[in-house]
Design a protein around this ligand. Structure first.
Ligand SMILES: Nc1nc2c(c(=O)[nH]1)N[C@H]1C(S)=C(S)[C@@H](COP(=O)(O)O)O[C@H]1N2
Ligand SMILES: [Mo]
Length: 366
C-alpha cells in the first residue's frame, strides 16, 4: 500500500464555504449556494472529514477486496477505469445536517442547512467487484475502509488509538446497482477533499456511508461494530421496548428552504417566491407544504421537473408576505410516495443524527 501520511490542507481553497473546523476540514456552503443549480458544483459541495485528507499517488493506488470471498484481489485505477461504468445523480446529506436546530447539541460539527448537495457521479457498481471476488455463502456485510486515519483526543471520544474511517453496508444494499465506486463527480476527477481517487457513493443513505479515499472492501460474516458504526452515526431504536443502538442508514424525507435565507428581511405585503429542495432517501418526493405561521396552517408548494430517484427535487411557492411587520416563522415539510411525512417534533432517540423534523426558519417582515 502506498504511503499516504502526507496531508493536504483544503480549507484555503474554500471561497464561499464557511469553515466549521480546520484540520480536519469541515466546510459548509449556504444552502442557497449548494442548491443554486440542480447539480451542486464540487466547489459548493459541503466537506465532511474526520481526519486530514490523505494525499494519494493515483498510479500506485490499489483497492483490495478481501474477507469472505472465494477470490480476493486488488484492483488499480487503470483496471477500474476500464470496467463498465455508470453515471447517476445522487444527493449526499450529512446525518448531522441541521444540527444547529437541535435544542441540545451534542458532540459534533455545527451544521446549518448546508450539509447537503446533489451531484452526478461516475463509477463502477460495487456489485461488479463483489461478483468478481465471489461472495461466500454466509456473508452478511461489506465494510468499506478509507485511507484516512487518526485519533480523537479524549475525553471527547474514546477510541482504541489510531483508527481508519470505515463503515459497513448490509450485503443487500451493497449489491444494489446504484452503489458506486465513483471516480468522477460532475464529469471531473474527484477533488482530494471529496475522496480522490475513488470513493463509494451510496445513494439513498446518509453521507457517512459514502466512504472516501476507498482502499479496502472487506466482506464479513457478521455485523461490523466499528467506531463510526456504533459510537458515531448510530441511533437508538426501540426493540421490544429496549433501546438498541443501530447504525444510521437511509436518508429520511426532508425539504429545506433555500430562499429566503434564515433571518432574511422580506418586504411586507408583497409577493415573494419561496424556493428550495426536497429529497426522500429510497423513495421520491410526493408533496411539499409550506407554513408561514410556525406550522399551524399549510399550503402546497409546486414541485418542479420530474422526480429523479436519489436526487433532490426543486419546489417553489408564491407567498404573499403579511402586511404586518415583525418576525415570522416559515416551515416546510415534505411527504414521500410511501406516505411518510416529516415530523414536527424532534425524536430524541435519534441523538444528534438524521435531523429530519420540520425546521423553523425565522425571517423579518418589514
Ligand atoms: N474516508 C472517509 N470517508 C468519509 C468521511 C470521512 O471522514 N472519511 N466522512 C463521511 C461523511 S460523515 C460524509 S457526510 C460524507 C461527506 O462527503 P463530502 O465531504 O464529499 O461531502 O463523506 C463520508 N465519507
Ligand atoms: Mo456526515
Amino acid at each position: 500500500m502506498p504511503d499516504h501520511n502526507v496531508i493536504v490542507r483544503t480549507g484555503e481553497q474554500a471561497p464561499g464555504l464557511t469553515i466549521l473546523q480546520r484540520g480536519p476540514d469541515n466546510l459548509e456552503p449556504a444552502f442557497s449556494s449548494a442548491s443554486e443549480s440542480f447539480v451542486t458544483s464540487a466547489e459548493r459541495f459541503y466537506v465532511r472529514t474526520h481526519f486530514e485528507v490523505p494525499r494519494i499517488e493515483a498510479s500506485l493506488w490499489r483497492i483490495a477486496i478481501e474477507g469472505e470471498v472465494d477470490r480476493p484481489f486488488e484492483i488499480d485505477l487503470e483496471e477500474l477505469n476500464g470496467m463498465p461504468s455508470e453515471t447517476r445523480m445522487a444527493l449526499l446529506e450529512c446525518s448531522g445536517n441541521g444540527r444547529i436546530y437541535l435544542d441540545q447539541i451534542q458532540i459534533g460539527i455545527r451544521w446549518g442547512l448546508g450539509g447537503v448537495g446533489n451531484a452526478e457521479w461516475t463509477g463502477v457498481p460495487l456489485v461488479a467487484l463483489l461478483e468478481r471476488a465471489g461472495v461466500k455463502p454466509g456473508a452478511v456485510e461489506v465494510i468499506l475502509e478509507g485511507a484516512d486515519e487518526g485519533e480523537f483526543l479524549p475525553p471527547q471520544h474514546e477510541t482504541p488509538g489510531r483508527i481508519r474511517y470505515a463503515r459497513s453496508l448490509p450485503l443487500k444494499k451493497a449489491r444494489k446497482n446504484e452503489v458506486l465506486l465513483a471516480y468522477r463527480m460532475n464529469g471531473e476527477e474527484l477533488a482530494p477533499r471529496h475522496g480522490y481517487p475513488v470513493r463509494a457513493v451510496v445513494p439513498g443513505w446518509y453521507g457517512m456511508a459514502s466512504v472516501k479515499w476507498l482502499r479496502r472492501i472487506i466482506v464479513t460474516d457478521r455485523p461490523f461494530h466499528g467506531f463510526f458504526q456504533t459510537m458515531e452515526y448510530a441511533v437508538w431504536e426501540r426493540r421490544h421496548g429496549l433501546p438498541t443502538l443501530v447504525p444510521v442508514s437511509e436518508i429520511q424525507v426532508k425539504a429545506q428552504i433555500a430562499r429566503p435565507a434564515p433571518h432574511e428581511i422580506v418586504p411586507r405585503g408583497k409577493s415573494y417566491r419561496i424556493r428550495g429542495a426536497a429529497w426522500a432517501g429510497e423513495s421520491d418526493v410526493a408533496r411539499v407544504e409550506i407554513s408561514d405561521d410556525g406550522g399551524r396552517s399549510w399550503s402546497d408548494a409546486s414541485l418542479l421537473g420530474d422526480p429523479i430517484r436519489y436526487a433532490w427535487r426543486f419546489w417553489e411557492h408564491e407567498w404573499h408576505a403579511p402586511e404586518a411587520p415583525g418576525p415570522r416563522v416559515l416551515m416546510v415539510r415534505a411527504t414521500d410516495f410511501r406516505g411518510l411525512t416529516q415530523p414536527m417534533e424532534r425524536d430524541t432517540d435519534l441523538r444528534d443524527a438524521a435531523i429530519s423534523h420540520a425546521l423553523p426558519i425565522e425571517v423579518q417582515v418589514c
